[in-house]
Design a protein around this ligand. Sequence first.
Ligand code: ZN
Ligand code: CA
Length: 429
Amino acid sequence: MKKFLFTAFFIPVFVFSQTQQKCGNSQYLNKNKNLKTASEQTINDIYETIKTKTQSDTILKIPVVVHVVYENTQENINDSLILNQIEVLNRDYRRQNPDTINTRSVFDSLAVDTKIEFCLATTDPFGQPTSGITRTQTTETSFIDLSFNLDKVKSSTTGGKDAWPVDKYLNIWVCDLSINILGTNAPFVLGFAYPPVGAPNWPPGSTPTNQMFDGVVVHYEVFGENNPLSTLSFSGITITANKGRICVHEVGHYLGLRHIWGDGDCSQDDGILDTPKSDSQSDFQCDFTKNSCLDLPFDFPDMIENYMDYSSEDCQNSFTKGQKNIMRTSLETIRLPLISGSCSGGATNIEKENSFIKVYPNPSKGLININSDIKIEEIEGFSIEGKKLFYYKPNTKNTNINCKKITKGIIFIKIKNKKETILVKQIIK
Ligand code: ZN
Ligand code: CA
C-alpha cells in the first residue's frame, strides 16, 4: 500500500480511487520498521497473556477526551457530533447497533458484545470538572504531511494540542487530514491510531515523547454519525462515511486489533483465530460474494461485516469473540490504568468511591494491608507497563501482600470480591 502513497503525489488523478485509505495504520507500520516489530511484539505479548488468563466479562469503561483542533469554523465541529460519536462507540462496541440484523447467519456465533464502553471524561488532568472536549484554534491547514507524519496534531509545538495523560484517558484528536492536490482537498487518510504501547519489549528509541502521541486521530468530516460533510469526492469518485465507524475502527487498533485481512494476502493473518482470512481490504464495497481465501476446517466468506475491514460503513456491524478477547486483555494489562471504573479519567483517584475495600498504607515500604467487608477473591498486581507482578486468591476478608522485592515506584493492584472490583494506584517507597 505504500506504493499507492507515492503514486498519490505524482499522479493525482488516481488519488482517490487508488489511495484513499480509511486509516493510516498500515502505512505507518510499514514506514517505521522498529514500530512494526514492537507493535507485533506487543500484540504477541497480549496473546501470551490471553492464553494464561481467564477472561473477565464485566463492563470495562474508558474515559475519553476529544481534542478538536481547527483552522476554520467547519473544522470546529459541533458538540452534538462529538456526543453522538461517543454514543456510536457505545452502540457498536456493545452490539446495540440496529444493523446487527444484517450480520450473515454464518457469523452468528462469532459476533459479540465486547462489553467495552466509553464516556467523555468528567475530570481533567488537574482534577477540575470538564466536558471531556477541548478546542484549539490553529494556523495549520492540514495535519498530514508528505512524510506521512500524523503526530503533528498531538503537540502544541506543531500547531496541535498536547495529550492528556495517555495512560488515564483515551485521547481522540479531530482535525483536517486532507492533502491539497492541485488546489483540491483530497481526504487522503480518514483516521489513524497506535496499538497499545508500553509493553516490556518496546524498542530502544521509543521515548516518552512518543508515548504522548498515543491515541486516535480522526478526520473532521467523518467524525460522528450523519456528519453533514461525510460525503467525500475527488476526481469524480465519491464515498460516504457517515456512520461514525472510522472512529470505531481506529479505537479497535488502539485496543490491539489488526486489520482483518492481516495487511497482506491469504498467508498473512490478523493473529485472531476466529476472523476469516482475507487477501485484501474491501475497498469501501459491500461485496457479499467476496471469499478470497480458503479457511479450514470451515470456509467462511470474507467478513465484510467486521469493523476492522475497509468495507463500506453500511455493511460493517460486528466484532468477533477473538477480537473482544484481544481488546479486553489490552485493557486489563497494558492499558489497565485506563479502566478506572468511572469517567474521572483516573487523574486524581482511581480507587472506586465508597468502596468497602481498604488498601493501606499508601505509599508503603512494601507491606500492604488489604481489608474488605466480604471475602476477597482475587488480588492482581501490575507494573506501570502492564506486566503482571503477582496474583493471589486469598479467600479471606483481611490479608496483606509483601511487595518488598518489587522495584520502587508506582504499581497497580486490582482487588476483586463478589460485589466489586477496584483498582488501586499504589506507591512503593
Ligand atoms: Zn485501520
Ligand atoms: Ca474464506
